[in-house]
Design a protein around this ligand. Structure first.
Ligand code: ADP
Ligand code: ZN
Length: 622
């Protein structure tokens, strides 16, 4: 039943691949580039496969050994990630195992026996293990003919997550000259790609680069005037769904998580300063659906495999488009619609600027490093402040042409934002009021104070400086302070006003400020707008015909079964399957077989219980 070498030399037809995919995973079609990547695996041609997060990389290395009867080795950086994958594969009836330091001798011996007997198609190992001589000898005896390197960008200095252990994988090719090597990553740039091939000493590798656009993600950039309230508003749009919120600092994650908690949201924070056990526990509670929202720093991500994250919120702007793409990439990995909201304030750019300067000081080449980081930051700022389709901008940033004018899945294309006019008189008038106020307080006060004067605060402090007698006092009484602060940050961000770098930063006028005061400099400010979040076509389609009440019942059953079997719910069935089930409402096992993502093993293990639930539901509603 396995594919022979001669057969693959000819041409492996896609139907044979789909048969295997259908049997284990219940998917009836392949995603872009999967067929090509699988062929390279089966035919043992070295390859570098670059696909965006959620693109379906795992299938590409899971299918070849199942088609050829081989035992392939997968190198994976995190134990948590390995465990989830092995659990998931076993639920599909696919023989996989992992070897890692957290296991007992007995467990390891058992796996060794299974591998030698040819009962395991995929063996997951950490890179540290792969460089141990005795382990390599063992692999040689077992006759391993193919290696898959997951998260392969970790081998490159140019990637965003360099790991020294990965560097040592360079010796694999010399040690196993007959084996093929397949590198997988979601990192985009050409430089990283070439570096991976060079480091791993790949021979004439097939380069497969997928499309970076994620059509199921809906991007929104919103002016941040009140972080907590705005995050809460978005989280409420996704009640009972999985949401990740990214913040810049640890303290912010803690503050925001407790704020959400006070408002009845099941939220927890996650950052590198927490004890490893606390972090693991949080991650597991999120996986088990006991937590809906994780408020995290960039430290949270790689180990998370929950595919039904419906929303990623950036409470502040990240420092590069690469980071943004990576972090938003964790939404909607199941291919269903998901929302990505960036709360942007011009203050973010300034904050990063300071952090960049500080971290560049530590580098060997501060000027060069700082310049590179400034460039990345500049692009991110361009994304946040731009008024062009977000999908288009992201695609182009990663060097790909975006074929359409309107995506239908970003705030710009949905018409949620209005474009501003250069030289808009409202902006000029506001800027002049702010700048004259800075002049009136003799450039000796900070932003908060200037805001209070302009909005006519009755605070004692204002009175004691006699600032309630200034001509600018109360000049912008109708504006709320948060909005006004936002506008002032914009003036600073655009270089029309200076803000000192001291502990208590002061506002100072510069040459550009004077031009604005003279009215000789046109300017454009973005005004926080009342936004109406519009429904997208994609969301409507993804819920088309789905019985929502049944969907929630199915979710509950999935949670129960997962708890009983000690695996995360998404390992039982993903949301695509549950929605499809709540759409088709199968009343027989045969009908259940038609549901998306149900392979033979899952049909046998879970089919009957889900069927019973669907029948009961239909019995009560009809
Ligand atoms: P990546 O590793 O590229 O981020 P995964 O391999 O985790 O992505 O795949 C993302 C999701 O898509 C998983 O739930 C996976 O089962 C599913 N998937 C992969 N290939 C297909 C396919 N051909 N049809 C339907 N779903 C698929
Ligand atoms: Zn768009």
């Amino acid at each position: 039943m396995y594919v022979s070498a001669e057969e693959t030399q000819a041409n492996l037809d896609e139907g044979r691949i789909v048969d295997v995919v259908m049997r284990y995973w219940g998917y009836s079609a392949l995603r872009p580039l999967q067929a090509e990547a699988i062929r390279a695996g089966v035919e043992q041609r070295d390859s570098v496969v670059v696909m965006p997060t959620g693109g379906g990389k795992s299938l590409c290395y899971q299918v070849p050994p199942a088609m050829t009867g081989r035992t392939d080795v997968v190198v994976s950086p995190l134990i948590a990630l390995m465990k989830d994958q092995v659990d998931g594969l076993r639920q599909c009836g696919y023989p996989a195992a992992a070897l890692h330091s957290g296991m007992s001798i007995i467990e390891k011996r058992e796996i060794g026996r299974a591998v030698r007997a040819g009962d395991v198609h995929l063996l997951f190992v950490a890179p540290e293990r792969l460089v141990k001589p005795e382990f390599l000898d063992w692999l040689e005896r077992v006759g391993v003919r193919s290696f898959a390197i997951d998260e392969a960008h970790c081998i490159s200095h140019w990637g965003h997550d360099f790991r020294t252990e990965y560097r040592r994988l360079a010796m694999l090719k010399g040690r196993f000259p007959q084996a093929s090597m397949h590198a997988y990553t979601a990192t985009a740039t050409q430089r990283v790609r070439d570096d991976i091939a060079a480091q791993l000493k790949l021979v004439n590798p097939t380069m497969l680069v997928g499309r970076f656009d994620r059509p199921n993600l809906i991007y929104r950039v919103v002016e941040r005037v009140d972080q907590n309230e705005q995050v809460l508003e978005v989280v409420r749009r996704h009640a009972n769904q999985a949401v990740i919120v990214y913040c810049i600092t640890r303290a912010e994650t803690e503050g925001l998580a407790s704020f959400l908690g006070l408002h009845g949201v099941r939220a927890a924070c996650y950052h590198a300063g927490l004890e490893p056990e606390v972090r693991r526990e949080t991650q597991e509670r999120f996986a088990r659906e006991e937590l809906d929202v994780i408020v995290a720093t960039v430290a949270f991500g790689m180990g998370i495999d929950r595919s039904d994250v419906r929303c990623v919120i950036h409470a502040a702007m990240p420092k590069s488009v690469e980071h943004y793409q990576q972090e938003t990439g964790r939404a909607g990995r199941d291919g269903l619609e998901a929302e990505c909201v960036l709360l942007y304030s011009p203050a973010d750019g300034m904050r990063w600027q300071r952090l960049i300067e500080r971290s560049a000081e530590q580098a060997d080449d501060p000027v060069e490093v700082s310049r590179a980081m400034q460039t990345l930051l500049g692009h991110m700022r361009g994304f946040a402040t731009g008024n062009t389709c977000r999908h288009k901008l992201l695609s182009e940033y990663f060097g790909q042409v975006y074929g359409r004018d309107k995506c239908g899945a970003c705030d710009v294309c949905l018409g949620e934002v209005t474009t501003e006019v250069v030289g808009d008189p409202r902006s000029l008038a506001l800027a002049q009021k702010v700048l004259s106020c800075v002049a009136r307080v003799e450039q000796r006060f900070g932003l908060g104070h200037v805001v209070k004067v302009l909005t006519g605060s009755r605070e004692q402090r204002i009175h004691s400086f006699g600032h309630d007698r200034l001509s600018t006092f109360g000049l912008l009484r109708d504006m709320d302070s948060k909005t006004l602060s936002w506008m002032i940050y914009q003036l600073v961000d655009q270089g029309l006003l200076d803000r000192t770098h001291s502990d208590r930063p002061l506002l100072k006028l510069n040459a550009a400020s004077r031009e604005v005061l003279d009215g000789t400099r046109p300017l454009r400010l973005a005004w926080p707008k009342q936004r109406v979040v519009k429904a997208t076509r994609m969301e409507a389609d993804a819920w088309e015909g789905v019985d929502r009440a049944l969907f929630e019942k199915l979710r509950e059953l999935r949670r129960q079964i997962a708890a009983e079997s000690g695996v995360p719910p998404f390992v039982v069935f993903n949301d695509v399957s549950l929605r499809d089930m709540a759409r088709r409402k199968p009343l027989t096992i045969d009908g259940m077989r038609q549901v998306h993502g149900i392979g033979q093993k899952k049909l046998a293990s879970f089919g009957p219980r889900f069927l019973e639930l669907v029948q009961a539901h239909c019995g009560t509603t009809e």
